[in-house]
Design a protein around this ligand. Structure first.
Ligand SMILES: [Fe+2]
Length: 415
């Protein structure tokens, strides 16, 4: 039962979000549609002819799969820093933790924290038993303040729904997003979440889901050498050399070959060196992950680790698919997924994969100072690409939660 304070806050949140959840919801987020279409057209123009037809993610159906009134905690009027310092003695803190525990997502609004990332991090940590030190990640990530990282992706790229760090044997249970700067146009630069319990139920009813359950998944990830400048092109729009996704030194936080080999082994990756110290890695696992609180296997994979990830990525979108794992080189797209028996996922399979998440998506619209904490099992996250008008900025910091060793799917534990 909701406490009185909670009810009042919820009512305030409801009125704040009325426009987002009424008939206006679709129009509020129309801003991103034009950007999405523009990115799709641009991708078609530079697309290598050997690549299959482009799949454009939609992120939702136009109606939120989950009402914001359920997961928003309105902090209006509270001294958030003081409340956080009180810990469990604070009703606000209890409400934040309780909402996350019930739903696997909490959106703290009207925090008054403005650009104070260090305080937003403390808010993000409220539902987190522990933070993790970031290593073995895919994208470049710079530390913004202590343990708050840049999201590491260019705005020109749409980011398919994904579970953070599903492609290594140690993942994170939850993650927090802190809004330091947001687009002025409402809804623009929104993040989307997808209700993964519903997605899992749907996918298990498809032919694709049956294959994924039976065969598992293989992640192929290739990383360039920071010291090898032979293959580097011009600097792209995000300030990185075109054609470079991530260097193994950056991804693993290592400088030498023995160090990176040990780190990759610890993450459960098989590896192979290519010319120019190009590091090819493979990881076989389940496409699902057992989630103890619900005693069930949940979908824990997506097309974000396929070469489709680069369809709109500056400096990468023009690259072809790798011919094979053994032949992958820095002039190919560095990611690929197959089933765990190395068989290919068909175009229909990939369409099903994307559509299942889109069907259960809902937008998170940002205001400066907002903090969102998301359970990495119960939700997938992603976003459309976005453009910025003059004077507009969007900066989100990421806080990663407790790390866990992946166990994959457990027999007999299906929805
Ligand atoms: Fe992510």
């Amino acid at each position: 039962m909701l406490s009185l304070t909670r009810r009042l806050r919820t009512q305030r949140a409801l009125s704040t979000l009325a426009s987002a959840n009424s008939a206006g919801s679709a129009s509020l987020y129309n801003g991103y549609q034009a950007d999405l279409e523009q990115a799709a057209a641009a991708a078609q123009n530079v697309r290598d002819p050997s690549l299959p037809e482009l799949i454009v993610p939609q992120f939702w159906t136009g109606t939120p799969a989950m009402s914001a009134s359920r997961y928003v905690v309105d902090c209006t009027g509270a001294d958030v820093r003081a409340e956080v310092a009180k810990g469990d003695n604070s009703q606000l803190v209890q409400e934040i933790k309780g909402t996350f525990e019930d739903l696997g997502v909490v959106h703290m609004k009207n925090t008054g924290l403005e650009e104070d990332l260090a305080s937003m991090r403390l808010c993000a940590k409220l539902p987190m038993p522990a933070e993790m030190v970031y290593e073995g990640g895919a994208n470049y990530r710079d530390q913004l303040v202590e343990n708050v990282f840049d999201t590491g992706a260019p705005r020109e790229a749409w980011l398919h729904y994904h579970h953070e760090m599903a492609y290594v044997n140690q993942s994170t249970r939850m993650l927090g997003f802190c809004a330091k700067a947001v687009c002025k146009e409402p809804g623009k630069g929104a993040m989307f979440l997808s209700d993964n319990v519903a997605v899992t139920r749907d996918i298990l009813g498809t032919e694709f889901g049956a294959k994924l359950k039976e065969r598992g998944i293989c992640y192929i990830r290739c990383l360039t050498d920071r010291e090898d400048t032979n293959n580097l092109g011009e600097v792209n729009s995000v300030g990185e050399p075109a054609g470079v996704y991530n260097h193994w030194q950056q991804s693993f936080g290592c400088d030498t070959i023995p160090e990176v080999e040990a780190a990759a082994k610890q993450k459960g990756l098989a590896l192979q060196w290519g010319p120019g110290r190009y590091l090819r890695t493979k990881y076989y696992t389940s496409g699902f992950e057992y989630f103890p609180p619900l005693d069930t296997n949940l979908l824990y994979s997506s097309v974000a680790d396929h070469d489709m990830w680069f369809d709109t990525w500056p400096g990468m979108s023009q690259l072809p698919r790798m011919a094979s794992y053994a032949d992958a080189s820095p002039v190919d797209r560095p990611l690929y997924i197959t089933y765990g028996d190395d068989s290919e996922m068909t175009k229909a399979d990939l369409n099903t994969f994307v559509d299942a998440y889109d069907q259960h998506g809902f937008p998170i619209s940002w205001e400066t100072g907002d903090v969102v904490v998301v359970c990495n099992y119960r939700f997938a996250h992603g976003r459309p690409n976005y453009s910025l008008a003059e004077g507009e900025e969007r900066e989100l910091g990421v806080v990663l939660g407790e790390m866990f060793d992946r166990v994959g799917q457990k027999p007999g534990k299906w929805l």
